[in-house]
Design a protein around this ligand. Structure first.
Ligand SMILES: Nc1ncnc2c1ncn2[C@@H]1O[C@H](COP(=O)(O)OP(=O)(O)OP(=O)(O)O)[C@@H](O)[C@H]1O
Length: 410
């Protein structure tokens, strides 16, 4: 009975209805996490000065109090949420640091604050479904149940799409390729692939083709009027390497298409007289126009990712030397690509404790060293630092994501 009562733990100042996800086991875990923010410990070493918990007397309910602190507005969420113009947030970083959890919690928070929100995963190893504890697979927009305003999720599997593309190329000698590429919003590229025999290159795909398919699919959705209502788009990106290819691809395509177009012009001027005799001039012109359209679309994507007014890349990391080093390189690459970065989430920081075991004490020291490294890193020190605690339960499902969102996105 006592455990059942604990299930009803109420986290009042967060207005958190956590009951749906609490089992007797993890409810105690939640309680122990929250209890670790006791005011006494907080005054010693808490890296989260705005949080403290005060267990109520013997009533089996717990209360998290939000204590006013100068750095209360750590993430600057008010700024992120304000305005109805469409904004894009891309969350990226090293594998396993918590990108999906941070992206999903941000999407839930946007949706709970009045935005029609879309969360997109471009990571071939998707975990959005796991994070939301709902089946979001299928490559289409799927509504997420729970938030106050509509939240949709889209899991794109670029590698699978490429496989399908390659199979279509083999089986249908090109026609199936066009149908498939049309479906992906890349019909004009298919024509070029056919004409230039680029299809053969799929056995050794050009860098970034997977990401091209991912971008193209998202743009296809967002271009259509029925999706114009989405005012916040959150990308849960693949680990660092993929992300950088994704960002540099529009430039790569822009350059290649530019070259192809020039080449075509030269060939065209030499052969147009002959071709027009055989009635092929119109087809050639049509294909060139479509290629130009693709180029323009990619330029649009590239500009979007670099638009400081509408786009922001949020780096997620953990307090280890390796992760911080990778984040620093990522920031440098993003700066080179002119992608706006303002925030750095340091996730999975050990919560304060008065009684560290030897393991925890060593770990904590390591984490503090990594945090110092961030403060002294030329690429990272200027970013808004968002510190997110390691919680001793799995963050799964909308109520848990809301819970995480409330301490990360303040
Ligand atoms: N602050 C946290 N406290 C405790 N567990 C966390 C925290 N953040 C994330 N996790 C857990 O860590 C695991 C990995 O998180 P997540 O899937 O969000 O990472 P990721 O960076 O997206 O991983 P991948 O690179 O594999 O896609 C999950 O089990 C998640 O619940």
């Amino acid at each position: 009975m006592e455990k059942t009562a604990a299930l009803n733990a109420s986290f009042t100042s967060y207005s958190l209805s956590f009951n749906k996800i609490l089992t007797p086991k993890n409810s105690m875990a939640a309680v122990s996490f929250l209890a670790s923010f006791s005011p006494r410990i907080h005054s010693l070493s808490s890296p989260f000065p705005s949080l403290s918990i005060k267990p109520k007397r013997p009533t089996n309910t717990f209360q998290v109090r939000s204590v006013a602190a100068p750095t209360e507005d750590v993430a600057g969420f008010d700024d992120m949420v304000s305005g109805k113009q469409r904004k894009y947030y891309m969350l990226g970083g090293k594998g396993g640091v918590g990108k999906t959890s941070c992206a999903a919690s941000l999407a839930v928070k946007f949706a709970n604050n009045g935005h029609h929100t879309l969360v997109v995963s471009t990571d071939p190893a998707h975990s959005l479904s796991d994070s939301f504890a709902q089946d979001l697979t299928g490559g289409m927009l799927v509504p997420v149940e729970g938030p106050d305003f509509p939240l949709f999720a889209l899991e794109i599997n670029p590698e699978k799409a490429r496989e399908e593309f390659r199979d279509a190329a083999k089986n249908n000698g090109g026609t199936g390729v066009k149908d498939f590429m049309d479906g992906m919003g890349l019909g004009m590229l298919a024509e070029q692939l056919g004409e230039l025999k680029l299809g053969e290159l799929l056995d050794t795909p050009p860098p970034g083709l997977d990401e091209a398919i991912a971008i193209s699919k998202v743009m296809q959705f967002l271009d259509s009027p029925q999706y114009s209502k989405f005012t916040r788009i959150v990308f849960d990106t693949a680990p660092t390497g993929h992300t950088l290819r994704l960002l540099s691809l529009p430039d790569f395509l822009d350059a290649s298409i530019g070259k192809i177009l020039k080449l075509r012009e030269k060939i065209a001027s030499a052969t147009s007289a002959i071709k027009s005799v055989f009635g092929q001039e119109e087809t050639r012109q049509n294909a060139a126009d479509k290629l130009e359209q693709l180029r323009e679309r990619m330029v649009k994507v590239r500009d979007l990712f670099r638009d400081t007014d509408s786009t922001e890349f949020v780096i997620v990391t953990i307090p280890t030397v390796m992760a911080v080093s990778e984040s620093s390189r990522l920031r440098a690459s993003l700066s080179k690509e002119n992608v706006p970065v303002r925030r750095l989430i340091v996730n999975q920081i050990l919560p304060p404790s008065a009684f560290d075991c030897k393991f925890c004490a060593v770990k904590r020291k390591d984490q503090m060293r990594a945090l110092d490294m961030i403060r002294n890193d030329p690429e990272l020190s200027s970013l808004k630092l968002i510190q997110s605690p390691l919680v001793d339960m799995e963050i799964r499902g909308v109520p848990a994501l809301k819970f995480m969102g409330d301490f990360v996105w303040k």
